[in-house]
Design a protein around this ligand. Sequence first.
Ligand code: THU
Length: 130
Amino acid sequence: MAEELFRAARMAMKRAYAPYSQFPVGAALRTDAGAVHAGCNIENASYPEGWCAETTALGQMIMAGGGKVSEIALVAEKMPGIMPCGGCRQRLSEFVTADAKLHLCDMNGILETVPFSSVFPRAFGSESNT
Ligand code: THU
């Protein structure tokens, strides 16, 4: 259930490597097959080389065999209700189901659930690229 996904995101946030921004983020994805994959942001001394929690979670999902993302939970202790950045919306959109849900969280749980499509309408997809 959604609360379990939130807890996976919060646990992932604890693993964040964010010494430069001091802004730990955790993300957790559930696939349509029911698997949960989580990730944290991983920064770098060469700042632009760091990446987001959602991107780590997608890497985990692909390495575990892939799938379609039906639910996403995102949490950052310093920003209740954090939204995925633009780049991560594009990366997530590659793998989401049409009715994928995005859970916006604080450290205590889910604050709001919105359709992923509502935060990334008219996405650039592979059908735009043929
Ligand atoms: N960050 C994420 O992990 N996900 C987002 O959607 C927004 C930003 C990270 C990147 C960087 O390590 C830190 O938050 C500050 O921008």
